[in-house]
Design a binder for this molecule. Sequence first.
Ligand code: CP
Ligand code: NVA
Length: 317
Amino acid sequence: MDITNYVPKGKIQNKHLLTLKDYSRDEIYEILLLAEKVKKEYKSGIKNTALSGKTLAMIFTKSSTRTRLSFETGMRQLGGYPMFLNGSDLQLGRNEPISDTAKVISRMGIDGIMIRTYKQSDVEELSVFGSVPVINGLTDLYHPCQVLADLLTAYENFGRLKGLTLAYLGDGNNMAHSYMIACAKLGMDVRIVCPKEYSPLPEITEYAKSQGKVTVTEDIESGVLGADIICTDVFFSMGQEKDEKKERLLMPYQVNSELMKKTKNPAAIFMHCLPAHRGEEVSADVIDGAQSRVFDEAENRLHAQKAVLLLLLSDKK
Ligand code: CP
Ligand code: NVA
């Protein structure tokens, strides 16, 4: 079933958003359709204050522009209160255990936690030791919130998701992992095109392959042929040192106009979660050109995050 014939129920089973591994196809559709609805309502000036009186603790141990902006603004627009917590200002930065932090936050009448950090296990520990919903705002392994915004962007562009081909070029990182998982579940054809040294983690690839159509290849020509969506991400993610060998091996995978032509699909679009490095993973003419949808993706972070917040933080009936 594609998103076009899915009838939303307005709720999901999951208490947390730790990784899209935990989400079914239908739960992903629920988020995307609610995001589409709240976007339309917001643009027509309809106020939704369903999270009035709710507080979201937002812990950041890595930098952020879009994630902070979208959660903070989204929470405010829904009538709630976003509490920004810089990891290095918290006792967490002086080695207080994440389990104690989770228990303390849960005792304060806080309604949810959004965390951006290094270790996926820290996000999972928060969900085990706390009593409130936990949302993964990026770890070294996954970036589920970004992929939800990207799927919304793809749906807006093509009017469907099932059967679309998404080719991701470059480092087999957190974005590659989350794309593989979500796109496979939605019946898309997902291809990770990268040098074998920088392939996505084998256990995540294996999981994604068990969910749908996933290819990991070094071959650019076959990897991008027929793609509807070409996407990439930085060569060096937060927390990684610059490394000449990696840069040399990844440069042939740069998304530039030659590569876009290799899709042989003039309707193909370009996506990048941002921040981008023009001249490295993407050329300036592509990211600033007509096929680029990068600022739609950035805007859709707001709407997708609002949908996630509404589904996880609203009082359950
Ligand atoms: N794409 C994204 O997550 O951006 P930030 O790192 O600015 O939050
Ligand atoms: N892969 C990048 C994504 C940034 C939004 C990183 O982890 O730094």
